[in-house]
Structures are given as C-alpha cells and as structure tokens.
Design a protein around this ligand. Structure first.
Ligand code: NAP
Ligand code: MG
Length: 406
C-alpha cells in the first residue's frame, strides 16, 4: 500500500502516563501503516519538562505558531504530590496554560457520538460544542478577605496620571466579608468572538452566545456588544450565505434551551461558564474519554488534544504489568483532526480522506460492540458489548482500515 505523503510537519507534543502509552500505540497501529508521517517532536512529558526547565513547552508552543497545526498528548499539571513523585525543582505551570498564553484563543470541546450510547438528555441527537473563552475573569481575579468594618472602593487610574479617571464605592462593610476584582480586555474578547464566528463558518453550525448582561450592565454587556459588532461587520454575510445563525441570549435562558435542544450547534461561553458547562455537557453525552478538544488561535493556529487527563489510575495498573482497557478514542480523534487540518492547509486531499476513514473505522468498531471498559457500562446496543484492551481495540480499527483501503 502506498503511504500518504505529507509536506509540512505536524507539531507533535508527547505527554505523560497512560496517555503516553496510548500515544505510541495509536501511532504504531493506525497512523504509521498508512501515512508517511512527518512531525516535529516535542517531549512534554514531565521528566523532560524538568530537564529543560519547562523550556520545551515554550518551544512547542512557538513551533505551533510557526507551522499552524499541533497534536498534543495529555500532560501532568504538577501539584505538591507530583513535585515529590518526580523530584521536581519547581512546581511547573500547566502546559496547557502556557500554550494558551502563547497562542491566545478559544478552546472548542465536542463529544464524539456513537449509536448504542445515548446521551442522558434524550432530545440530544447532534453534538453540542462548547467554546470556552480561555482568558481573564475569575481566573485572573484579585481577591481580598475583608477583616472587618470598612469601605471597599473601585479605583482606575489612567496611564497619563493626570487624573483618576474613575472611582466608585463597592460596599460599606459593617463586618467581615469578601471582595473580588475581575477584568478582561477588548482585545481578548474580540479574538474570542472571531474564533467562535470562524469556527462556526468552518464547521457550518449555528453559534449561540450567552452572558448575564441584564445584571452585569458594563462587564457582560461589553462581551455582548463586541460579539454583535464583529458579527455585523465581518460575519453576517458569511453566515447568511451558509444558512447558519448567530443567536444571543441570557445564560440562564441558554441553559434551559440547551437541555431542550436537539444539539448540533456551538455554545460560546465566558471563561467560568465554559469551565462548568463543558463538564456538564461532556458527562451528559456519555464519557470524558469521548470528548475532543481544539484550541483555535485568532491568527489561525490549531492545537488538537483529548479533553481528558493522563488517566493515572490505569497507568499504575499498567506499571504492574496489567493490560488496561483505557479508551484511546479522544486521543485518536486529536490525531485525525490535526491530520485533516494539515491536509486542508497544504491541499493534500488524501490526508482528509484518511482522517475521515480513521474516524469512521473507530465509530464502526464501537457500534459493532467492540469497546473499552468505560463504554461497556453505558452500552445499549443490540449486540452484547465485548470489552477489549486498548491495544486490541486499536488493532480492530486497523483491520477495518486495511479492509476499507484494500
Ligand atoms: P483523568 O486523567 O481525565 O482521569 C479521571 C478518570 O476518568 C480516570 O481515572 C478514569 O476513570 C476516567 N477516564 C478519563 N479518561 C479515560 C480514558 N481515556 N479511558 C477510560 N477512562 C478514562 O483526570 P485526573 O485523574 O483528574 O488527572 C490525571 C492527570 O491528568 C493529572 O496529573 C492532571 O494534571 C492531568 N490532566 C491533564 C489534562 C490535559 O493535559 N489536558 C487534563 C486534565 C487532567 P476510572 O479510574 O474510574 O476508570
Ligand atoms: Mg472544569
């Protein structure tokens, strides 16, 4: 069989624990037999992050900017216990945080749906993609534990220092309490809006956006206004030509409508809303192991990954010599998504067809009743579920691919 040739390398970011094992198996079983794979490899495994003082993460993110498309394995975000376990010289920051800070942009998470595993919400027939703004708000807030009676004030001093441009009382405290200041910038909100509109155009889906602008008349209202201005000026015609819709509503109304919907749209959420709602939506669709994630930067760079972590519990079993039944689907879809995008940018149709075939073979395998342990518990298909190891599952997909391509 002639392997598919690539022209530009994918930026490959390796990771940790069980997903690092799956990473290698996915490449060997379902990518390398079919694609003459070109990658620029960065090892973001915690051992190598420590060796390079985390420089490797910065280098990988810069390579993502240079080439445009990356595929990333799940990585450990160190906490105190990991510092001990890996004898780290520092509690290195979350690699995803570092990459997001360099690329900027929006994270889109979408569930992979299969027949035989139904969403908890009966009406959902199509995936719901959550677009989460990944900058500012409560994640960059300044907080203060108020010790007792006193006045809290909000002060903004403009850069020219000629005057205090804004001053207002927040609250006159009669006793102890809490205080918090949040911010965001027009620049980040605008790039969030553009990423969402562009992704809606790319995937030909409606875009919903929700905030609490009736209560937050300056903060949330600014988000609403910026979205509307950018839509009117840059995207309205494109949306109309594609027959898709931009729809703004209040966050509480959106929650109610999402539950009653059939799915098949993108839901843009502010940072906190997106954090909370993506966990709700992914759980309701079935499994975190069936959720893909892509970071889209405003200047058109893409980083594909699984939404789940390094599956530590399974890794410890693996280290004891057990063959685990860890679900490789989301990581496999990160690879197919990245290869499809690379093909699109380089005009290599065969890569797109390969990605489609790989995703179809994966879904067909599950729908035929062959799956990893996490899915067996949810299986409602007609044929009884056959639980297989990760490697057996990948070999089953490979056999289907070979048949399809023969
Ligand atoms: P996790 O790795 O997502 O795993 C949580 C649990 O979910 C697992 O123990 C497993 O349940 C189930 N699960 C997740 N993915 C699965 C899969 N592919 N197949 C089967 N079951 C799966 O989250 P965590 O345990 O909270 O975090 C572990 C490490 O991952 C942490 O060091 C964290 O920093 C890191 N992390 C990285 C990323 C990222 O790189 N994007 C994201 C999140 C977390 P059972 O044990 O019940 O089988
Ligand atoms: Mg969360």
């Amino acid at each position: 069989m002639e392997k598919i040739k690539m022209t530009t390398p994918l930026v490959e970011m390796d990771g940790d624990e069980m997903t690092r094992i799956l990473w290698k198996q996915i490449k060997e079983e379902v990518i390398l037999p079919f694609v003459d794979l070109k990658t620029e490899y960065y090892d973001l495994g915690l051992v190598h992050r420590e060796e390079t003082k985390d420089q490797v993460t910065v280098d990988a993110a810069n390579a993502n900017k240079k080439y445009g498309v990356a595929v990333k394995c799940a990585t450990i975000t160190p906490n105190a216990q990991r510092v001990e376990e890996y004898k780290l010289s520092q509690m290195w920051k979350s690699p995803n945080g570092t990459i997001r800070a360099i690329l900027d942009g929006t994270v889109f998470r979408a569930p992979i749906m299969v027949k035989g595993i139904s969403p908890v919400v009966r009406t959902w027939k199509q995936p719901i993609t959550i677009a989460r703004h990944a900058f500012g708000d409560v994640y960059r807030a300044t907080e203060y534990r108020v010790p007792g009676p006193g006045k809290a004030e909000l002060v903004f001093t403009s850069d020219d220092h000629r005057r205090t441009a804004h001053w207002q009382t927040v609250h006159q405290f009669a006793g102890p309490g809490v205080l918090q200041a949040q911010f965001n910038t027009d620049e980040s909100i605008s790039s969030f809006a553009r990423s969402c509109f562009q992704y809606a155009v790319d995937t030909k889906q409606d875009l919903w956006f929700s905030t609490k602008d009736t209560i937050s008349k300056q903060y949330d209202h600014t988000f609403k206004d910026i979205f509307q201005e950018i839509y009117d000026a840059e995207y309205k015609e494109k949306f109309e030509a594609l027959g898709i819709e931009y729809f703004y509503t209040l966050i509480d109304d959106a929650v109610a409508r999402v539950i009653r919907s059939k799915g098949g749209f993108i839901w843009a959420c502010k940072n906190y809303d997106g954090d909370v709602m993506s966990d709700m939506v992914s759980t309701a669709f079935g499994s975190l192991a069936m959720m893909t994630s892509v970071l889209v930067s405003p200047d058109g760079n893409y980083e594909y990954e699984a939404a789940h972590g390094t599956v530590t519990r399974h890794y410890y079993k693996y280290l004891k010599g057990e063959e685990t039944s860890t679900n490789p689907v989301a990581t496999l879809f990160a690879w197919s998504g990245a290869l499809r995008k690379r093909g699109e940018l380089d005009g290599i149709d065969a890569l797109g067809r390969f990605a489609d075939a790989l995703e179809k073979a994966t879904i067909d395998t599950i729908e035929s009743g062959v799956m990893t342990g996490d899915l067996c518990a949810m299986w409602e298909g007609e044929t009884p579920a056959r639980k297989v190891t990760s490697l057996e599952f990948l070999r089953e997909i490979r056999a289907r691919m070979e048949q399809a391509l023969a």
